[in-house]
Design a protein around this ligand. Structure first.
Ligand code: SAM
Length: 272
């Protein structure tokens, strides 16, 4: 075939695994269910496998693509449509405010490059108030961690910090054969819906992050041990948490209680 897009060779450093399975593409589009007039943002449109269906819904679509070689291909396919806006650059550095979306309106989608998926989700969560929902293709292992509940090995920093902001749904799995080239891992589609009102707001968000990071640095140890540098055993008890538990046994609400305890009673060692 002599179509221009057939000549693009997938680049590993950009995490390029292009979707080619029409059934899977259709299933993803059905899960997103874009509608006329909505504001959509696609991260990493690649050669446009999802872009076409997103745009044909009548929605307004911004896309961010890092690979300069893909820009003419995307423009050739979609630039004639005034609802389409292409931004060349790094999604990790993109200022989402620039799109001036109404609060809780932006619908973010992407078959993400797996090497940047975690930092990208954290970058998006900083703008959670702009976002209505997010649908991502991710490594299945990452989706399991995002959707995990307390008590198992998948529950950790990623689950807690994402669930602080969002409701998480593991929608369906996608095998390597749906992509070209096929990735070495299984993939899955996840839906993240930012809460309009946080169910467990922390007094100081950074303290929550710090406690969660500290606690899971050594997930086999007891909280009393891992949090020693941040708060004494008595403060853990005062937060209504059993210090002999391991971090993976605590739910989000308990981590927030620990952070609030620390916010109200900073320990001297912590005040610098
Ligand atoms: N959406 C297309 C599809 O499903 O066939 C492509 C998916 S591919 C897994 C990931 C895409 O993200 C590639 O087009 C890649 O060039 C792009 N990409 C990689 N890093 C990026 C970044 N930091 N910012 C924006 N796009 C990026």
């Amino acid at each position: 075939m002599s179509d221009t897009h057939q000549h693009h060779r997938a680049r590993k450093r950009f995490g390029q695994n292009f979707l080619h399975d029409a059934g899977v593409i259709h299933r993803i589009l059905r899960a997103i269910h874009p509608r006329e007039g909505e504001r959509l943002l696609e991260i990493g449109p690649g050669q446009g496998a999802l872009t076409e269906g997103l745009l044909s819904s009548g929605a307004q679509l911004d896309v961010i693509e890092l690979d300069r070689d893909l820009i003419p291909i995307l423009n050739g396919k979609f630039a004639a449509e005034p609802r389409f806006h292409l931004h060349q650059g790094d999604a990790l550095k993109f200022d989402f405010q620039r799109l001036e979306p109404a609060p809780h309106s932006l619908r973010v989608v992407g078959n993400l490059p797996y090497n940047i998926s975690t930092p990208l989700i954290f970058h998006l969560l900083e703008n959670a108030a702009l976002i209505r929902d997010m649908h991502f293709m991710l490594q299945k292992e990452v989706v399991k961690r995002l959707a995990a509940g307390p008590g198992g090995g998948d529950w950790g920093r990623l689950s807690i910090m994402v669930q602080y902001h969002c409701r998480v749904e593991h929608l369906f799995d996608v095998g390597p054969g749906a992509f070209n080239p096929p990735p070495k891992v299984d993939s899955a589609i996840v839906r993240l819906v930012p809460h309009e009102v946080l169910p467990h707001p922390a007094k100081d968000h950074q303290l929550l992050e710090r406690i969660v990071r500290e606690a899971f640095n050594q997930r086999r140890k007891t909280l009393r041990n891992t949090l020693k540098a941040l708060m004494p055993a008595s403060a853990i008890e005062a937060a209504g948490v059993d210090g002999s538990l391991r971090p993976e046994q605590l739910d989000l609400a308990a981590f927030v209680r620990l952070a609030d305890q620390l916010a109200d009673h900073p320990t001297p060692a912590d005040s610098n």
